[in-house]
Design a binder for this molecule. Sequence first.
Ligand code: GTP
Ligand code: MG
Length: 238
Amino acid sequence: MAEDGEDKDYVGFATLPNQVHRKSVKKGFDFTLMVAGESGLGKSTLVNSLFLTDLHKDRKLLNAEERISQTVEITKHTVDIEEKGVKLKLTIVDTPGFGDAVNNTECWKTITDYVDQQFEQYFRDESGLNRKNIQDNRVHCCLYFIPPFGHGLRPVDVEFMKALQEKVSIVPLISKADCLTPAEIRRMKDRVREEIEQFGIKVYQFPDCDSDEDEEFKQQDRELKARNTRLALHCTKD
Ligand SMILES: Nc1nc2c(ncn2[C@@H]2O[C@H](COP(=O)(O)OP(=O)(O)OP(=O)(O)O)[C@@H](O)[C@H]2O)c(=O)[nH]1
Ligand SMILES: [Mg+2]
């Protein structure tokens, strides 16, 4: 049997993991993250601070037109990231916040339609003849911004997450957490967590790790899960 790199001519199925690994690394990965929630909660600011602008370097005050204005349509930002030779094409989808439409009952429709369209496009590409260079634009994860000033979830939050829960992994977060005191944060988190359970909303959970994994990996998995059960907080202000 071929040991790693020992016998280069060996072509048995034992080299399959290496072949798959080499192929995936060469091709790279696609990941699409979406931000959604009420208007003015800091979605676009988060997207900008993550990739497109450096908040601290050469900081200058922007005038009114230059400041981030309200998002009025779904916008995509793509960045190519490379880490130790592994390529990741990260796409961030910024969505218009809801809240100021006359009829709010269907305000998430454009967003669910967008998610569905990406599934359809991927399905069409996969069924086509040239499947080699398909770009995966399906939304994999949605950060859902919950307003910090309410008393837990509002009907619109529940309905939005329910409309999307079967299509993408939802990560709810309490927005502008810098505006709350630690005690208020604790209360809000408990409340939101209870409501998520009560309304049967499916939020992203880490998958179980295999029982035969080594102890170090299991410990890491436990720590990540412990963090995940606490609700995420968001703050782009210093
Ligand atoms: N306190 C606080 N304010 C923030 C934070 N992030 C953004 N803001 C402010 O919130 C306001 C709205 O930010 P946007 O990023 O435009 O909000 P949005 O969610 O994209 O709004 P829409 O595009 O209308 O959906 C801006 O004045 C930001 O400076 C934060 O973490 N904390
Ligand atoms: Mg915006």
